[in-house]
Design a protein around this ligand. Structure first.
Ligand SMILES: NC(=O)C1=CN([C@@H]2O[C@H](COP(=O)(O)OP(=O)(O)OC[C@H]3O[C@@H](n4cnc5c(N)ncnc54)[C@H](O)[C@@H]3O)[C@@H](O)[C@H]2O)[C@@H](O)CC1
Ligand SMILES: Nc1ncnc2c1ncn2[C@@H]1O[C@H](COP(=O)(O)OP(=O)(O)OP(=O)(O)O)[C@@H](O)[C@H]1O
Ligand SMILES: [Mg+2]
Length: 331
């Protein structure tokens, strides 16, 4: 039947053209997104001038570091400094402090996290801190987690931006109310941490075929806190929109890359909130900060991998922060 054949051929062609157009519109849209976000991150980066005093470009606190884990808080604190913070503090368990101090003379280390008056001790420093990163190398000891709960409450009362990562996310999965609805919170779960949070706050099973919808839903379920779902592509949502960071990284997955992300994000969250909606053209400042830190981490991974291939470690990536930052964000 010739007419029928012609019809089906026509609809096949139309379908093909439609798909082709949609696909290229979609990639054009993504490309535009990328360009926009590069510009927005550039807008929030503070200018280097001769008029500033020490501390003005960022004083960042890391809450983490215990007997088992000393690398993670070091990576996070160092990444904040290398991305441009003026001062980086670590609040850790007593035993971890000498170890972290001996990695670097550049960090200020407070061995307070397992002391009976831990919350009081950290509270004294909160007025000086611009942002807090809670969780890298924290471990899951009950006493430490109880103290961190108190630190979270005190930081929220002061309206301090808080990045929650690693074992900080373990705590949030036990008690989501701790962060529920706090508008200056950013959560940075890896694959496993995302599933734990999902199980804690969403009753239905996770739809693995639609990552965009999942990250949006998790953010909404937590009262629109910003969520960064790390993976092959990083997906970031504030409960209203989802943006994707696909900056080229590498196939090297050594431990500690997430710490580079959370440390630099603490700093960028401060910068973005300080710059405000005017500089981000109305886009949520925390979304811009998260996109910036994800791109930076992935670019560091890319550059280090070019040099060291399979032997790339997080220390190599941290050494690339300066060059990666300039390449991506310096005008
Ligand atoms: N040098 C250090 O001190 C380091 C310490 N770290 C600390 O180690 C503690 C535990 O962190 P973890 O990240 O291991 O947390 P989890 O205990 O939640 O474990 C995550 C596990 O999931 C697995 N995984 C990751 N992606 C996956 C995927 N797509 N599919 C299936 N499995 C996947 C990983 O192999 C990992 O063992 C934290 O305190 C963290 O900060 C890490 O940051 C790494 C570096
Ligand atoms: N498959 C992947 N391809 C490219 N980049 C990835 C991939 N998976 C993760 N990343 C990047 O690596 C960084 C850290 O993510 P990852 O999932 O390794 O975190 P993590 O497990 O918390 O790390 P850590 O060992 O520090 O705890 C993120 O910036 C993410 O973009
Ligand atoms: Mg991690």
């Amino acid at each position: 039947e010739p007419p029928l054949l012609a019809d089906s051929e026509l609809s096949w062609r139309q379908g093909y053209l439609f798909l082709q157009r949609t696909f290229s519109l979609h990639t054009a849209h993504l490309r535009k997104d990328m360009e926009n976000f590069f510009q927005l991150v550039k807008n929030i980066v503070p200018a280097l001038t001769e008029k500033k005093h020490k501390g003005q470009d960022g004083r960042i606190g890391i809450v983490g570091g215990c007997q088992e884990y000393t690398g993670a808080p070091y990576f996070a604190a160092m990444s904040a400094l290398k991305a441009g913070a003026d001062l980086s503090y670590v609040f850790c368990a007593r035993e971890a402090a000498p170890v972290i101090k001996s990695y670097s003379p550049e960090l200020i280390v407070h061995p307070v996290l397992d002391s009976p008056n831990a919350v009081q001790e950290v509270k004294k420093w909160l007025p000086r801190l611009h942002a807090l990163v809670v969780g890298p190398g924290l471990g899951r000891d009950d006493l430490l987690l109880k103290n961190v709960k108190g630190i979270l409450e005190a930081s929220k009362a002061r309206d301090i931006p808080i990045v929650i990562d690693a074992d900080g996310l373990w705590l949030i999965a036990q008690e989501p109310a701790l962060i529920q609805g706090y508008q200056k919170a950013i959560l940075t779960p890896n694959h496993m941490e995302f599933s734990r949070l999902w199980e804690a706050v969403v009753s239905s099973p996770v739809d693995s075929s639609d990552d965009h919808a999942s990250v949006l839903r998790l953010s909404q379920a937590l009262g629109n806190v910003t969520v960064v779902q790390k993976g092959e592509h990083d997906l970031i949502s504030d409960g209203q929109q989802v943006v994707r960071c696909s900056q080229e990284g590498s196939s090297r997955r050594c431990g500690g890359q997430g710490d580079l992300l959370s440390g630099s994000l603490g700093l960028m969250a401060h910068w973005a909130l300080l710059a405000g909606l005017e500089k981000t053209n109305g886009t949520s400042p925390l979304l811009v900060a998260a996109w910036g830190a994800c791109s930076l981490t992935r670019q560091c991974n890319h550059q280090a991998f070019q040099k060291y291939g399979r032997s790339t470690t997080t220390t190599d990536m941290i050494a690339e922060i300066g060059a990666a930052f300039s390449k991506l964000f310096e005008t």
